[in-house]
Design a protein around this ligand. Structure first.
Ligand code: AHM
Ligand code: MG
Length: 336
């Protein structure tokens, strides 16, 4: 069997012309190591003693699972002393994590969702890690405000999917490549060199249990999808909902589709701007989707154009195949 190109070999080739790429390449190696460690823990599940609740909540009032906290710690441990990151921010920490003074600070800011789809952990469903890398300007230690960069400022974004196979998928701003974890080699191997989201699709992903709370444009769109061939869109649609954004976006990068976690009336009553978080969910996934030829939008603006004002800011998310995302955006425009 052919051995295949490893992530490190791929990065060496693709970063050859990038100035000062050594630290970024090494940081991606650290992230890959963290994902391999987490993949191992996820696969061993109950045997590793990592299932269940941690007995505390994060800053967003969500119950933390043991694995949310373990995953966060693995990332800190593998990056804080390398001299490659200036600071870290994640879903599981109220404020950013400053690099301890005893360690050298690097030039990159790493923002991540350590274990996405945590409600899937205990049922052996698909989960993932999402990451976004931006540059830190200046020599001073970063403050929270330094992390508030728009999605277009990301130098790299990616995720690792923990499922029947573990896969690392990333973009350096020039297309999207997917790597499958080869446990025998303990390395990610290039298996999906040029991932593309087809413009047309007949598959949608949304949590339909919230339909009573949806706003008019989303209600109209889903009604038209389920109306099938005889409906106004004229296509028979299929539906999938993984319960983990990583699982849903991965499927869309493999075969197209539209993923929606829209703003709904219940969120508005609760004073929330959406469910998913901009900096470590919507932005990295948005860059991957755009780099693969798809579209990432809130319904009103392109996700990557948003100027963030908060580390844990939430946004409505519509992303995937262009034709369908554009259709829902058009419905938002005609509703205003
Ligand atoms: P998490 O980061 O706390 O796991 O929350 C994000 C997840 C997404 O992965 C997924 O798309 C969504 O929440 C599922 O939400 P719901 O349970 O409302 O269907
Ligand atoms: Mg998440």
């Amino acid at each position: 069997m052919q051995q295949g190109v490893t992530l490190d070999e791929f990065l060496a080739e693709h970063m050859a012309n990038m100035p000062d790429a050594a630290d970024l390449r090494a940081l991606l190696g650290d992230i890959a190591t963290a994902c391999i460690d987490l993949s191992d823990l996820v696969r061993r599940g109950e045997l590793a003693g990592v299932l269940g609740a941690a007995g505390q909540e994060n800053v967003q009032g969500e119950e933390q699972k043991k694995l949310d906290i373990i995953a966060n710690d693995v990332f800190i441990e593998l990056t804080e002393s390398t001299g490659r990151v200036a600071g870290l921010a994640s879903e599981e920490m109220d404020n950013h994590y400053p690099i301890p003074e005893k360690h050298q600070r690097g030039r990159y800011l790493l923002t991540f969702d350590p274990l996405d789809g945590s409600s899937n952990i205990d049922v052996n469903g698909s989960t993932g890690t999402i990451f976004s890398i931006t540059e830190h300007a200046g020599d001073k230690p970063p403050v929270d405000a330094d992390f508030l960069q728009s999605g277009r400022q990301q130098v790299c974004a990616g995720y690792c999917l923990y499922s029947s196979a573990s896969m690392l998928v990333l973009t350096l701003g020039n297309g999207v490549a997917g790597f499958t974890l080869d446990n025998k080699r303990n390395a990610f191997v290039l298996t999906h060199p040029n991932m593309k989201v087809p413009a047309a699709t007949n598959e949608f992903a949304i949590n339909a249990a919230y339909s009573e709370h949806w706003q008019a444009p989303v209600k109209k769109y889903i009604e038209q999808c389920v109306a099938g061939k005889e409906g106004p869109i004229g296509k028979a649609f299929n539906m999938r909902w993984a319960g983990s954004m990583v699982g849903d976006i991965h499927r869309i990068l493999c075969r197209g589709g539209i993923f929606m976690y829209p703003l709904d009336e219940r969120m508005i009553k609760e004073g929330k701007d959406g469910k998913l978080r901009l900096l470590y969910e919507a932005n990295p996934m948005g860059l991957l989707i755009e780099q693969a030829g798809g579209m990432a939008h809130t319904g009103l603006v392109s996700i990557l154009d948003i100027a963030p004002d908060n580390l844990h800011q939430r946004v409505p998310v519509l992303m995937g195949s262009k034709e369908e995302v554009q259709r829902v955006v058009d419905y938002h425009a005609s509703a205003t």
